[in-house]
Design a protein. Sequence first.
Length: 216
Amino acid sequence: MKLRDLPTASIHFAQLHLTLVLLFLTHSLSAQIPAPLTAPPNNAELTQLYNEDQRVRQPKPLSPEEKPITRTDADRLAAVKQMIAHDQLKTTADYRHAAFIVQHSLLSSDYLLAHTLAVICAADGDTTCIWLSAASLDRYLKSIKQPQIYGTQFFGSGHAPITQQPYADDLIPDSLRKKLGVPSRSEQKKQLDKMNSQATPSFPGVAPQYQPASPK
């Protein structure tokens, strides 16, 4: 039997049934497709803390447009630890910013915390955190009076030459350093020579000392 041989009412019913089936299938498929996830925003307060942390380490004086920075390293460290305790780090940038701030502590335990934060961030493919995972481990090793293994840390005091020692520079081959974004040993030697040829008693290029908590 052909379609034209069917009664008109049957044809209309068949068309209506097909339409309803198509609508049902369309609705079912759309219900199975998850809505796109909205990426959480960066923690704005943490971003401000990070910007302060980096700004105070620049020799350039504050411009008239910049607000005075009154918080110290200790203040920023305490604020970041509160954020970590309350699970307020949500993005790759949040973990990167927190790692940079925490590694400016003076405590060995904080260097390990910074290392952990950097590893989490590096797992997201952040190249800066891949390097920071190495740098924070070097800081930890120095703090427990062990040789650094990547050569990311340069030390200087008074009028003594800037050095990387103690440094187990033969432990990590350059092929692995490259994976971590760490310069080769020959490149580090050139960097060290350049720093010593340009250094003054204030040792530009060496991170300033930790700042204690501001008066309350």
